[in-house]
Design a protein around this ligand. Structure first.
Ligand SMILES: [Zn+2]
Length: 125
């Protein structure tokens, strides 16, 4: 589970994609990386997410054959589709960040203007 998973699930997928474009990622590394960024995500949530992203064609995987303790782990990298998806997400994210990080319209409106630069209707005149 992630807090606000319904809202933040997309951020987590974009984060995974970002690292899978840069290099190879695997489940436990990704869990640690997400934790570093404040997302507490369990293997039970992350692994199905990785599998779904692979099924959707954003990631491709291979088995790491010489894992310690004889354990084989799945290593993921981004596909061309994944790279394209990330490029689009990056643009949208930049746009969204611009708007969402803006001061609250209700606070701005006290100065007589809202964020869109239009006058308040109920100003005294
Ligand atoms: Zn990261």
């Amino acid at each position: 589970m992630i807090e606000f998973q319904d809202l933040l699930g997309g951020f987590v997928r974009i984060h995974i994609l970002h690292h899978a474009v840069e290099g190879e990622v695997y489940g436990q590394w990704m869990i640690d990386e997400l934790a570093r960024h404040g997302y507490r995500i369990s293997p039970g949530t992350l692994y199905p997410m990785l599998q779904a992203m692979e099924k959707r064609g954003y990631l491709t995987s291979r088995q790491d054959s010489d894992g310690r303790l004889g354990r084989r782990r799945k290593i993921y990298t981004a596909t061309t589709l994944g790279r394209e998806g990330l490029a689009t997400a990056r643009e949208r994210l930049r746009e969204l960040t611009g708007e969402v990080s803006h001061k609250s319209p209700t606070i701005e409106s006290e100065t007589g203007e809202n964020v869109h630069g239009t006058q308040n209707r109920h100003r005294s005149s």
